[in-house]
Design a protein around this ligand. Structure first.
Ligand code: FAD
Ligand code: NAD
Length: 471
């Protein structure tokens, strides 16, 4: 960029929110620049989040299955060994392929990629500290903030990403820990606990609340997956808070007590994963230079059209309201560009799915039972266990269930909750049903191929509307 050039749109942050907005803006014919400081595009999700974690989840599952679940299937294997270095290499290969792919898409859509750290100089100008040295500035008619989030630290524990780690350390350990304590039984905690437990670590998850899975997971589904993860060897301490951590010796000591006070205990581990949530990231962005403030949780405040109080500056993704999910960021990116180019954009926040990629997976969309009760909505429940689904049985992978929640009077679907094999793919049908305002009868009367796991989805809808056939 030259110092005088003005873009239609300048985007700060090349994560999912920023890069999708950049591509969409390019497609709409806007002159657009995207500033990213990390050295590669794709943000948390592609570099240290969704993608590398799923590579390790997939391959650790395969390893665990080969070790424990082949004989009864008639497959005899010889010596099975873990080559962690190679597993990490496979992860890096998928990450590199995808991040390079975005660079290609930038070129294809005429997006200027500026490598460096951006900070507001004034309401239309972003000063960039270039990664390769030196500075430049770029002016934008519109500016989009998409700077994402970072792991929330635990007071008293110093993150070194070796002994005391966040998810970033957890996807890059060089050896399998003997004992791992996970602080926080949310999605990151459980996905990473799964990876390292499968590879041989003794893992204990400490969770403040009485259920695992983080915000939004239905209580019955949470109990169901906890039982299965327990069978896989993960230990849980629920209703337990970490009071103190001491990382001065080789092993980290974690003092915990009952959440309501009382019984104290000290856990020791060679690796402690801090997974108590993520917080918006705005450090060094120079928000103070343009008078923009954040709320008490660090989020930049916006209106329905993603505008800050300076109307040509918009904000999307993890750094503002809503669930911290890549596909939510992606929806917002498209909508924000449509607001700029067409004055209209749309995201249905009531139909954003959540998926936890443990085995089995957990996936849901819409409201859970506790939320419906709190809202005073009368609902009916229909559920169907995978143990009665022919395909799950054939695959000898039949833990879990599908559960529908529908309005007691109108039958309109209010929430769908799945724990089971391939739940993350199956929920897409639920999202579509919710998006179209379907009733459970609509789904129940839709033909689903046999034998598929998706028949469990149909039968749960049948159980909501009337009766399931196979249970
Ligand atoms: P980010 O991806 O954080 O991107 C922001 C980018 O802005 C970063 O690359 C940062 O370097 C850059 N930046 C910040 N400040 C500046 C600046 N001043 N100048 C220039 N650049 C700057 N979500 C899912 O939907 N599915 C999953 O399976 C999933 N798995 C996850 C696993 C882990 C371990 C983690 C940590 C997260 C996971 N998430 C998942 C969440 C997902 O990664 C985020 O919701 C998503 O990355 C948000 O996108 P974003 O663009 O808002 O922010
Ligand atoms: P989270 O909010 O999902 O879970 C954090 C958990 O830590 C909660 O259950 C909370 O009760 C518990 N906790 C907080 N303080 C504690 C304490 N002192 N002691 C014990 N427990 C404590 O957060 P996360 O798992 O860190 O994930 C962060 C974000 O990343 C989430 O918004 C999540 O949606 C996103 N993410 C998504 C995926 C996915 O979509 N598959 C994967 C990873 C991360």
């Amino acid at each position: 960029a030259t110092e005088t050039e003005e873009k239609d749109l300048v985007i700060i942050g090349g994560g999912v929110a920023g890069y999708v907005a950049a591509i969409k803006a390019g497609q709409e014919g806007l002159k657009v620049a995207c500033i990213e400081k990390r050295g590669s595009l794709g943000g948390t999700c592609l570099n240290v989040g969704c993608i590398p974690s799923k590579s390790l989840l997939n391959n650790s599952h395969l390893y665990h299955q080969i070790l424990h679940d082949t004989k009864n299937r008639g497959i005899e294997v010889g010596d099975v060994k873990l080559n962690l270095k190679q597993m990490m290499k496979a992860k890096e290969t998928s990450v590199n392929g995808l991040t390079k792919g975005i660079e290609f898409l930038f070129k294809k859509n005429n997006v200027e990629y500026i490598k460096g750290t951006g900070a507001f100089a004034d309401e239309h100008t972003v000063q960039v500290n270039l990664t390769e040295g030196g500075e430049t500035s770029v002016r934008g008619k519109n500016i989009l903030i998409a700077t994402g989030s970072e792991a929330t630290p635990f007071p008293g524990l110093t993150i070194d990403e070796k002994k005391v780690i966040t998810s970033t350390g957890a996807i890059a350990l060089e050896t399998v820990p003997k004992k791992m304590v996970v602080i926080g039984g949310g999605i990151i905690g459980l996905e990473m606990a799964s990876v390292w437990s499968r590879l041989g670590a003794e893992v204990t998850v400490v969770e403040f609340l009485g259920q695992i899975g983080g915000p939004g997971m239905d209580a019955e589904i949470s109990k169901n997956i906890q039982k299965t993860l327990g069978k896989q060897g993960i230990k849980f301490k629920l209703n337990t808070k970490v009071v103190e951590g001491d990382d001065s010796a080789a092993d980290v000591k974690i003092k915990v007590e009952a959440a309501k006070g009382g019984k104290e205990e000290t856990l020791e581990a060679d690796v402690v994963l801090v997974a108590i949530g993520r917080r918006p990231y705005t450090a060094g962005l120079g928000l103070e230079n343009i008078g923009l403030e954040t709320d008490n949780r660090g989020r930049i405040v916006i209106d329905q059209e993603y505008r800050t109080k300076i109307p040509h500056i918009r904000v999307i993704g993890d750094v503002t309201f809503g669930p911290m999910l890549a596909h939510k960021a992606e929806e917002e990116a498209v909508a924000a560009i449509e607001f700029i180019t067409k004055n209209y954009g749309h995201v249905n926040y009531g139909a954003i799915p959540s998926v936890m990629y443990t085995h089995p997976e957990v996936a849901w969309v819409g409201q859970n039972e506790a939320e419906l009760k709190e809202a005073g909505v009368k609902y009916k429940i229909g559920s169907f266990p995978f143990s009665a689904n022919s395909r799950a049985k054939t695959n000898a992978d039949s833990d879990g269930m599908v559960k529908f929640l529908a309005d007691a009077e109108t039958d309109r679907i209010l929430g769908i909750h799945i724990v089971g094999p391939n739940a993350g793919e199956m929920i897409a049908e639920g999202v579509l049903a919710l998006e179209y305002g379907a009733s459970s009868e609509d789904v129940a009367r839709t033909s689903h191929a046999h034998p598929t796991l998706a028949e469990a989805f149909k039968e749960a809808a049948m159980a909501t509307h009337g009766k399931a056939i196979h249970y």
